[in-house]
Design a protein around this ligand. Structure first.
Ligand SMILES: *[C@@H]1O[C@H](CO)[C@@H](O)[C@H](O)[C@H]1NC(C)=O
Ligand SMILES: *[C@@H]1O[C@H](CO)[C@@H](O)[C@H](O)[C@H]1NC(C)=O
Ligand SMILES: *[C@@H]1O[C@H](CO)[C@@H](O)[C@H](O)[C@H]1NC(C)=O
Length: 439
């Protein structure tokens, strides 16, 4: 009896060990170092987060069209900042520091397909990418490279019931633009080959290689999971931004729900569960996967026709609401401190108009995420609807990752967490909450 009990306890502890989610991959956009005033994240702020992070991913390097070389997108900064960041190895000897390429920051309007062109290039040309990467990583003291390739995206779902729909689908039938990438099969096998060659070179040089699956890059099209997973040290699935005001200007919905909400014509693959299961079902070991969580929200502009309730799917929205001013200075984008500072602490405060705060709606099912809103006023102005993962919901996702036996969580981005402690006085509340719920 006794023996059995000990045996059982032994098994339990082994199981809980293998199920520990240990990785906290912290994306660090170097642009956060260049912001002004309180929005600037400097070395002292960053070091506070590094007590929690196991990996730091420096964003972002670019891909040179034509030669396919890895290059710095901001040499004036990177020429000293690469070293400043990799020198953190001295203070944090366990920390792995990788350089990420792409990440939707490598925008080159003259060459929108340069990542596809790299895949299509011959072996000699691809060697330029491999060689230039190794030189860049070694010269600057990085531990490895993260591939966040900007590949073609899933189409957003069509808005139903609007007058234009019939005409739009009619037009699509003839222009054929519903097929995003007619050569996806070929690109998938080319990606596998490139990664194989990259990995062989990196193995001898003792460099790490990781993959970031960017939002709405369709893994079915580009990633041959069974052949690919063992080439990477780990894979970060950026399972958010399924709906955004730029992709879905006419309707607002949860940006990164965990589960499929099978109603209102939602698409079955636009949720965390589907994306993670896709990799697991294709034999990627759970420990290799890190679930990506965003520390920012997406904000839509509401019209009078959007109504007062805010219950998603919210109709008749009008594209992105104004974005953050100092931190997330792009349309429809708000960092966590820029959201928390607008939330109402006062349930009897006014609900509409320029000065009114946003009212938060907490998802008590813990499945879809939280949102906050301010309906448009009588003139149709100042309406906003924002979907976000706050520290609580980021914690729910960390618990989810742990329950699935995943390797851990990847946070996008440290610079959008509340590194100044403006919301409650606590610095990096999202990173802390994730760490806490990963156990
Ligand atoms: C590989 O591609 C490069 C650049 O497009 C070209 O100059 C070269 O001739 C090609 N090499 C072979 C062996 O096809
Ligand atoms: C890729 O897109 C198709 C629809 O075009 C969808 O059926 C499939 O589930 C998507 N795969 C993933 C992994 O999202
Ligand atoms: C809450 O808002 C109402 C209406 O704007 C105001 O009269 C009241 O003083 C506020 N209460 C607090 C605690 O701020």
């Amino acid at each position: 009896m006794r023996f059995h009990l000990f045996y059982l306890l032994g098994l339990l502890s082994v199981t809980s060990l293998t199920h520990a989610a240990n990785n906290l991959i912290c994306y660090y956009d170097s642009a956060s170092y260049l912001r002004a005033g309180y929005a600037k994240m400097n070395a002292i702020d960053l070091e506070l987060a590094l007590k929690f992070c196991t990996h730091l991913v420096y964003g972002y390097a670019g891909l040179k069209p034509g030669t396919h070389e890895l290059f710095s997108l901001n040499p004036d900064l990177d020429m000293f900042h690469y070293q400043a960041i990799t020198n953190l190895h001295q203070k944090f000897p366990q920390l792995k520091i990788l350089l990420s390429v792409g990440g939707d920051h490598d925008v080159d309007e003259a060459h929108p397909n340069k990542y596809i062109e790299l895949l299509e290039a011959n072996r000699t040309a691809q060697q330029n990418f491999i060689d230039s990467s190794m030189i860049m990583l070694r010269r600057n003291g990085f531990d490895g490279l993260d591939l966040a390739f900007q590949l073609p995206r899933n189409k957003p779902r069509k808005v139903h019931g609007s007058i234009g729909t019939y005409w739009k689908s009619f037009k699509k039938l003839f222009t054929g633009d519903f097929i995003v990438d007619p050569h996806a099969e070929q690109h998938k096998s080319q990606f596998t080959d490139l990664v194989g060659n990259l990995k062989s070179a990196f193995r001898t040089a003792n460099l790490m290689l990781s993959l970031t699956v960017l939002p709405n890059v369709n893994s079915t099209w580009y990633f041959d999971v069974p052949k690919l997973h063992y080439q990477f040290d780990y894979i970060n699935v950026a399972a958010f931004d399924f709906n955004t005001p730029l992709r879905n200007p006419e309707e607002a919905d949860f940006t990164s729900p965990i589960y499929f909400l099978d109603e209102k014509d939602r698409l079955p693959h636009l949720n965390v569960e589907f994306q993670i299961n896709y990799w697991l079902q294709n034999h990627c070991p759970a420990q290799k996967l890190n679930l990506g969580v965003a520390s920012y929200g997406r904000a839509w502009k509401l019209t009078k026709a959007s109504g007062l309730s805010g219950l998603p799917v919210v109709k008749e929205t009008c594209g992105p609401a104004p974005g953050g001013v100092d931190i997330a200075s792009s349309e429809g984008l708000l960092s966590w401190p820029e959201i928390c500072s607008q939330l109402s602490q006062n349930s009897s405060a006014q609900y509409r108009g320029e000065k009114a705060p946003l009212r938060k709606v907490t998802d008590i099912t813990q499945k879809n995420g939280n949102y906050a809103l301010r309906p448009a006023d009588e003139n149709g102005d100042y309406g906003i609807w924002v979907s976000f993962d706050d520290p609580d919901f980021a914690g729910v996702k960390a618990g989810y990752a742990k329950g699935k036996g995943l390797g851990g969580i990847a946070v996008f981005d440290l610079g959008y967490d509340d590194f100044q402690g403006l919301c409650t006085g606590q610095k990096f509340p999202i990173v802390r909450s994730i760490k806490y719920y990963m156990g």
